[in-house]
Ligand binder design. Structure first.
Ligand SMILES: *Cc1c(COP(=O)(O)O)cnc(C)c1O
Length: 411
């Protein structure tokens, strides 16, 4: 009899989004005339930039001609794309990242999970609480944790609480941790990290031999000039950090699929015999063995993000969502709610009024305004009492949703 990976049985059965769907469906059934607006999901709504579409159509034509047809591409991605990323995303910001250190993939969700393939099973792993659930669940699947308690916290993980009290930036742990997941601008809180703050993590990691797994999926949403866009803007990060980036949120590639992971060649980890091994070599081996690269068509689409037209179109797309975020922030504040984020991120994180639990606020919002958001407790125990509103929607829906909230909530 084949056995299974029992670690999967420890997972908290993908509770959050199915439970939201269940409650929304139940409400819609008893209130068939309600016009429900969904401000819950972290998916983009606006179409792909024209530059990307044009490049992909041209790439389809390339595939139809024997002279330009492409079979398997390099597992690491085409060099014409990696070069543009290296110069425009990194070197232009003073980061010493070479094209050879960039690996193109089909998503940051996949990469943040897959990266565990190259790490040992005895690392102490730290995550913030609340957190993007993928970091936790992939560690559970890999057997890096024990079981979950009633609050959903897994034994063996180090949870670093973030809340309004610490500006949604985790304090440096007092104990030694080996792997640290950081995400800035943050999903779900919309919080950002200053250079000084990231420097404290880089220094901590370098002095303890830890690796920072830095998720910069929302980098394009940074509006404030002094905030770092990459962890490699911090001195010493080439010795302690892997960075994940994605075309999902800046260029609307959630359904098209393209992302990248940076593994500097200066980064090492310890082997069982005590020797230092380059992580780049391991990730390169992992990708070459388990991955066959991203579609040529998609990589041509991603390349177009770096053209002059593409840059303008991506900027317009991001500005559109940021304007939504601004409207949400201002209107929720006007309604008397305490709000965070939404300035350098497409998410607004609010404190539920009157000490309501995250789910009680979810029900109240749905019943009184027919608006769907995401309960903060779904992102971790310390998210209890908070609620996430997404700016990924049409202007019309955002305006209508805020009008309803003002009517019901303003005191
Ligand atoms: C959306 C998102 C990503 C991007 O994932 P893809 O697989 O590239 O679409 C990565 N990290 C976080 C925290 C996200 O919210």
């Amino acid at each position: 009899m084949a056995t299974i990976n029992d670690n999967y049985l420890k997972l908290k059965a993908g509770y959050l989004f199915p439970e939201i769907a269940r409650r929304v469906n139940a409400f819609a059934q008893t209130n068939p005339d309600a016009s429900i607006i969904k401000l819950g999901i972290g998916d983009v709504t606006e179409p792909l930039p024209e530059a990307c579409r044009t490049a992909m159509i041209k790439a389809v034509e390339d595939m139809g001609d024997r002279a330009t047809f492409k079979g398997y591409g390099p597992e690491q991605g085409y060099s014409w794309l990696r070069e543009k990323i290296a110069t425009q995303d990194f070197q232009a910001r003073g980061c010493e990242i070479d094209a050879g250190e960039i690996f193109i993939s089909d998503g940051s969700k996949c990469d943040t999970g897959n990266i565990l393939d190259i790490f040992g099973s005895n690392n102490t792993i730290a995550v913030t609480d609340p957190v993007y659930p993928v970091y936790v669940d992939t560690n559970v699947m890999a057997g890096n944790t024990g079981s979950a308690n009633d609050a959903g916290e897994f034994e063996g993980l180090v949870y670093l609480p973030i809340s309004a009290e610490n500006n949604f930036t985790a304090e440096i742990p007092s104990q030694k941790v080996d792997l640290i997941y950081l995400c800035f601008p943050n999903n779900p809180t919309g919080a950002t990290a200053s250079k000084d703050y990231l420097k404290t993590w880089v220094d901590y990691a370098n002095s303890h031999g830890s690796i920072i797994l830095f998720d910069a999926a929302y980098e394009a949403f940074i509006t404030e000039p002094d905030l770092p866009h990459s962890i490699y803007e911090i001195e010493g990060a080439r010795n302690c950090a892997i960075e994940f980036r994605s075309f999902s949120k800046n260029a609307g590639f959630t359904g098209t699929r393209c992302a990248l992971t940076v593994v500097p060649k200066t980064l090492t980890g310890k082997a069982a015999d005590g020797s230092d091994v380059e992580l780049w070599k391991l990730w390169n081996r992992r990708q070459s063995t388990k991955f066959n690269g991203v579609s040529y068509l998609v990589q041509r689409g991603a390349e177009a993000v770096y053209s002059e037209a593409g840059q303008g179109q991506v900027k317009a797309l991001v500005s559109f969502y940021l304007e939504n975020a601004k409207i949400i922030r201002e209107q929720l504040t006007e309604a008397g709610l305490a709000v965070y984020g939404g300035i350098n991120a497409p998410y607004i994180w609010l404190k539920t009024p009157n000490e309501l639990s995250s789910w009680d606020f979810f029900d109240k919002l749905l019943q009184t305004t027919n608006i769907v958001g995401t309960p903060g407790s779904g992102f971790g125990a310390a998210g209890e009492g908070y609620f996430r509103i997404s700016a990924f929607n049409s202007r019309e829906n955002v305006n209508e949703a805020m009008k309803r909230i003002l009517e019901k909530f303003k005191v």
